[in-house]
Design a protein around this ligand. Structure first.
Ligand code: GAR
Length: 197
């Protein structure tokens, strides 16, 4: 049984999908042991508390003086303290590096709301991804669950799922469809894949 640490920044719907997947047995080789947010106001923290999970806030600017290495070190320290084996970036919108990547190489999974290699990389997150897909005029988008390495959105792809774009889509409507039809399905499956090696 692997210990899972989840990093979030916002609403935490992907965290909720993981909590639900653990309950329903889709995730059976791991259990969520803690949730860490880089923002105090993240609603995902409330979801975590409701599920009885320990939480911690680590902010790059307020707690680490804006230093990315210190930020990575502090998150790593918390993950170690909670005996975390596998880290899930569930809507974690901060960039980190250094110690955390080294210590957890091959053990960090991210969910990205497009079909990588489209609409990804630095600065491409959240609604911006869906805006870019609509601006380009693609007819199909989706989500990608992938391992995290030093290249932003560049690690090995674990799972992808396509979602159709419909006439009249706004970034908000598309974001919701991609979450419902792709992210919340493939992220728990990818986490189970990683936990069961
Ligand atoms: C999700 O759509 C996730 O794929 C995206 O942020 C949203 C977070 O929602 N992540 C990225 O864009 C990472 N580059 P949530 O907090 O409700 O899970």
């Amino acid at each position: 049984m692997k210990n899972i640490g989840v990093l979030i920044s916002g609403g935490g719907t992907n965290l909720q999908a993981l909590i639900d997947a653990e309950k329903s047995g889709i995730i059976k080789s791991g259990r969520i042991v803690c949730v860490c947010s880089n923002s105090v106001g993240a609603y995902g923290l409330t979801r975590a508390e409701k599920a009885g999970l320990p939480t911690k806030v680590i902010r790059k600017n307020a707690d680490c003086g804006g230093d990315i290495d210190e930020f990575s070190r502090k998150i790593c320290e918390y993950m170690k303290e909670m005996n975390v084996d596998i880290i899930v970036l569930a809507g974690f919108l901060a960039i980190f590096g250094g110690k955390l990547l080294k210590e957890y190489a091959g053990k960090i999974v991210n969910i990205h709301p497009s079909l990588i290699p489209s609409f990804c990389g630095e600065g491409m997150y959240g609604l911006k991804v869906h805006e870019a897909a609509l601006d380009y005029g693609v007819k199909v988008t989706g989500a990608t669950a992938h391992l995290v390495n030093e290249v932003v959105d560049g690690g090995k792809i674990l799972l992808q799922k396509a979602v159709e774009i419909q006439d009249g889509d706004t970034p908000e409507i598309l974001q919701k469809r991609v979450m419902e039809q792709a992210e919340w399905i493939i992220l728990p499956r990818a986490v189970e894949m990683l936990c069961s090696d």
